[in-house]
Design a protein around this ligand. Structure first.
Ligand SMILES: Nc1nc2c(ncn2[C@@H]2O[C@H](COP(=O)(O)OP(=O)(O)OP(=O)(O)O)[C@@H](O)[C@H]2O)c(=O)[nH]1
Ligand SMILES: [Mg+2]
Length: 411
């Protein structure tokens, strides 16, 4: 049976209420696996006994992790030595859970609109500038196309959307409101086909989700947010700290594990990531958990060794379950604009990316990139991140996104 996570249609307030009040089931916590020397062909281990723990009643805020923006993508043909990769110091992560998680007070649409306000104000101000008391002539269309390109909608989308406006309104006086409404409808048409809920196959124990992406794009944070949502739905979740490259990456995931009541399988820094993934999958199978979320290292795109590591993770987990990973999520940071296109190309060729999650749509003026990604790659967009909080990941809704992007009300 396929359960559609994100698929429920409810009034916003009710949905939020359900989510915040849903009791988390009793989790089991797995002691981290003690590091073993890297093994080329990993072998399953007997796990230690599993203690019962009571989950935190409330979710404290996520760790304040400072990550520099992802570097520009270099062609994969320029391998660098792994040893040369600069270590990002993130050892200042909080270790104690103190404050309560701030639950969102505003409805989802309001928060989406707030989040996209930088992108939408650029567009709406531009549109008002072009169309106030003006006929839709060639010059106005050219200016509009230019504006859409600078808002990261991409040249193809900009041309298509502008042509549609010209088809119906050319030579007529159009108001900024009419232009915005037409553009929102066109954007919704383009992104509609890719707005697909993340489907979890309940028959799989576990459904394996591999999370990949350039460093700093939000892989670990997205895993934490997803884990909370799955747990709130009563599913059992296990996390695998596949970013064995940095000690801080493991501790960051462990914090998310504590916060969401999910066991975290980890090894020490430098351990073989594929071996860890193998162990985690065996353990998840043994415990019969519903979902295994595997975190991976960033900086893969210009490091042949690390790229190979990602492929090896996939190869090795297939030895346990030929159909795994069942979902491969690519996280993309919306603030990187058109660079996200290169990232999709690189990761799509490397692993079989099954869907996208656009993060950091809040505070970015480049939210339009989602439209050009949809147009070009047609990959499902499962969810969008609009903040660092555990509640700031939501299913991608084409209509709401298009309206928010154009600064229009939801109705
Ligand atoms: N504003 C905002 N910040 C986000 C969002 N998602 C993640 N972040 C922040 O982005 C930073 C990087 O997120 P991580 O989850 O550590 O990214 P990562 O891909 O795991 O990074 P590496 O482990 O270095 O590869 C953190 O400070 C997060 O809090 C989002 O949707 N909005
Ligand atoms: Mg990470």
């Amino acid at each position: 049976m396929i359960l559609r996570w994100f698929g429920r249609k409810k009034p916003e307030e009710q949905a939020r209420k359900d989510e915040t009040t849903a009791p988390l089931p009793e989790p089991v916590v797995q002691e981290p696996i003690v590091q073993e020397p890297p093994v080329p062909e990993p072998v399953a281990e007997e796990p230690p006994p599993v203690p019962e723990v009571v989950p935190e009643p409330e979710l404290p805020p996520p760790p304040a992790v400072e990550t520099p923006p992802p570097p520009p993508i270099a062609p994969p043909s320029e391998p660098e030595e792994r040893e040369d990769t600069p270590e990002i110091v993130r050892d200042d992560l909080p270790v104690a859970l103190t404050a309560e998680e701030e639950k969102p007070k505003k409805g989802w649409f309001a928060r989406l609109k707030d989040g996209l306000s930088k992108s939408s104000s650029k567009l709406t101000e531009g549109i008002s500038g072009i169309f106030t008391k003006r006929k839709l002539d060639d010059e106005a269309l050219e200016e509009l196309e230019e504006l859409l390109i600078t808002a990261d909608l991409g040249p193809t989308t900009a041309a298509k959307v502008t042509a549609e406006l010209a088809r119906t309104r050319f030579g007529k006086e159009v108001s900024p409101e009419e232009v915005k409404a037409t553009l929102a409808a066109e954007v919704a048409k383009i992104v509609g086909p890719v707005a697909k809920p993340l489907e979890i196959d309940a028959a799989l124990k576990p459904h394996v989700i591999l999370v990949v992406g350039v460093n700093g794009t939000g892989k670990t944070t997205t895993i934490g947010k997803l884990a909370r949502q799955f747990r709130a739905e009563g599913k059992t979740v296990m996390l695998a700290a596949g970013d064995t490259f940095r000690a801080a990456a493991v501790s960051q995931l462990k914090i998310w594990g504590e916060r969401t009541g999910c066991p975290v399988i980890s090894r020490d820094t430098g351990a073989d990531a594929a071996g860890l993934a193998f162990d985690a999958l065996e353990e998840a199978r043994r415990q019969g958990v519903d979902i295994l979320l595997i975190d991976t290292a960033g900086r893969l795109q210009n490091k042949a060794g690390l790229m190979e590591e990602l492929r090896k993770i996939v190869r090795v987990i297939k030895k346990v379950d030929e159909s795994a990973p069942h979902t491969t999520l690519l996280t993309l940071d919306a603030t990187t604009g058109q660079n996200a296109h290169n990232q999709v190309e690189v990761f799509r060729d490397m692993v079989n990316v099954s869907g996208l999650i656009l993060t950091k749509l809040d505070g970015s003026a480049r939210g339009g990139v989602l439209v050009s990604l949809a147009e070009r790659f047609k990959l499902p967009v499962h969810a969008i991140g609009i903040g660092e909080g555990v509640y700031d990941l939501r299913p991608f809704d084409a209509d709401q996104f298009a309206k928010s992007l154009m600064g229009l009300p939801s109705q």
